[in-house]
Ligand binder design. Structure first.
Ligand SMILES: Cc1ncc(COP(=O)(O)O)c(C=O)c1O
Length: 451
């Protein structure tokens, strides 16, 4: 059959927030034109993020019921630990309440002011945690990523030549570790090839610099490798993930992505001395090492979710959904980053609103227009989120991932209809200015005003 159906059926429903245009206008104004500040009950289709917003499976809920809430050494901890070790092969595993907690512990224990961390592209929380301790987050995206519209695969790769140059210029002793983010969320959700991970590792190893993988979307990345990289078509997603992790000395994870859970994460490493420092700070700020920042039932849900994310049918359906949305947008002439990533479709907001300059924040204009037109919540991923360092970034996220277990095709058809309407009237989308902003991660709480 040609139709790719949802590989699940639905047992429970939740009503959507249906609002009128007049109500949405009022809500957006009250939220200072920042969709993060709108209450979820006033959003019809919530595509703000895939982070922790997915639907769990019956197996995950069942596992939660047997969650062992013992403070130390619970059965749920062992199940979690065994699962993460099976997939990553890493020796020390520390549960954290989410990805940024793992990043904070890594940054606080391994970095000193002025030191440098290269990455294909840092996610905003990774960058913020590195900068918070006075270190420098350095992005080294591959040259292919600059052309938003080219469909070449693996545009999430790191520029290996630039990595070598950076090490030469700054000195290996000023680079306590290098990172690679799979998939490259900031770079349009683009995957990283196995070859690139191996090349990055080779360069870092030559200089005795450990490699940390930000593995939030490791299963999605494994799917791209299986589909598009020579030699992997007959390997399972688990085998591919294990090979990816074989290059890692440590990993940070948000289980709210490819853990398919509503909360959670982990920090993992091989080095015993690193582990000792991680453990000490974990106890101080997250919890005892066998639960970190999580309940036993969360550890269970993640242990099941990590394997479910590696399920071939699930990944196939998820990628087909994103591909379907992307194809419909392309047909309408909407400028999107190509090829589409695995967890989202990214709209080139500057291309969508050519009448707006970068300092008029076209991404905010487009996000707000989506809400006003149809109660659709998306997120700006550009000059507001990364503005201080990278004012030219100009993409906009549109339709996130685990949400493919939350929303169905007709919901996405509705989103396309809303977008089509906005695209027709795009010249009316106003520019915005910032009225108030915090010093870190400003996109979450900044206030805007339309021009
Ligand atoms: C690539 C990447 N790294 C880190 C994080 C941070 O994870 P969390 O939101 O669980 O703190 C995210 C979240 O979106 C992400 O996409």
């Amino acid at each position: 059959m040609r139709t790719i159906i949802e590989p699940f059926r639905i047992k429970m429903t939740e009503p959507l927030g249906i609002t009128t245009a007049v109500e949405r206008k009022k809500k957006l104004k009250a939220a200072h034109y920042n969709v993060f500040l709108i209450d979820a009950e006033h959003v019809t289709i919530d595509l703000l993020t895939d982070s922790g917003t997915g639907a769990m499976s019956a197996q995950q809920w069942a596992a939660m019921m047997v969650g062992d809430e013992s403070y130390a050494g619970s059965k749920s901890w062992h199940r979690f630990n065994d699962t993460v070790q099976d997939i990553t092969g890493l020796k020390h595993i520390f549960p954290t309440h989410q990805g940024r907690a793992a990043e904070r512990i890594l940054a606080a224990t391994r970095l000193k002011p002025g030191q440098i961390v290269p990455n294909n592209s840092h996610f905003d929380t990774t960058r913020a945690n590195i900068e918070y301790v006075g270190a420098v987050a350095f992005d080294l995206p591959c040259p292919r990523s600059r052309d938003l519209y080219s469909s070449v695969p693996f545009k999430g790769d790191m520029d290996v030549a630039k990595l070598e140059q950076l090490i030469k210029d700054k000195g290996a002793r000023n680079i306590p570790f290098g990172m690679i983010t799979v998939t490259n969320n900031t770079g349009g959700g683009q995957p990283v090839s196995m070859k690139n991970i191996a090349d990055v590792k080779r360069v870092l190893k030559k200089h005795k610099i450990p490699l940390v993988i930000d593995c939030c979307r490791f299963a999605e990345n494994a799917y791209f490798i299986q589909r598009h990289e020579k030699g992997y078509a007959n390997k399972s997603l688990l085998q591919i993930a294990q090979e990816m992790f074989s290059y890692a000395d440590a990993a940070t994870m948000s289980a709210k992505k490819d853990g398919l859970a509503n909360i959670g994460g982990f920090l993992a490493c091989n080095n015993d001395e690193w582990a000792e420092h991680f453990r000490n700070l974990l106890i101080l700020t997250e919890g005892f090492p066998t639960y970190g920042g999580l309940a036993g039932r969360d550890l269970e849900a993640i242990a099941v979710g990590l394997y479910e994310a590696l399920d071939a049918d699930y990944q196939h359906y998820r990628h087909a959904t994103v591909g379907y949305i992307a194809a419909r947008m392309i047909k309408l002439g909407i400028p999107i980053v190509q090829p589409p990533g695995g967890h989202a479709v990214f709209i080139d907001a500057a291309g969508f609103c050519p009448h707006l300059k970068a300092d008029q924040f076209p991404g905010i204009g487009l996000t707000n227009a989506l809400y006003l037109e149809g109660g659709v919540r998306a997120v700006e991923l550009g000059s507001v989120m990364f503005g201080r360092r990278d004012a030219k970034t100009k993409v906009e996220i549109a339709a996130p991932n685990e949400l493919v277990r939350v929303y169905t095709q007709s919901h996405f058809d509705y989103v396309i209809e809303v977008l089509a309407q906005i695209y027709k009237d795009r010249k009316k989308i106003p520019g915005h200015r910032i009225v108030r902003q915090p010093p870190f991660l400003r996109h979450f709480t900044a206030h805007f005003a339309p021009h």
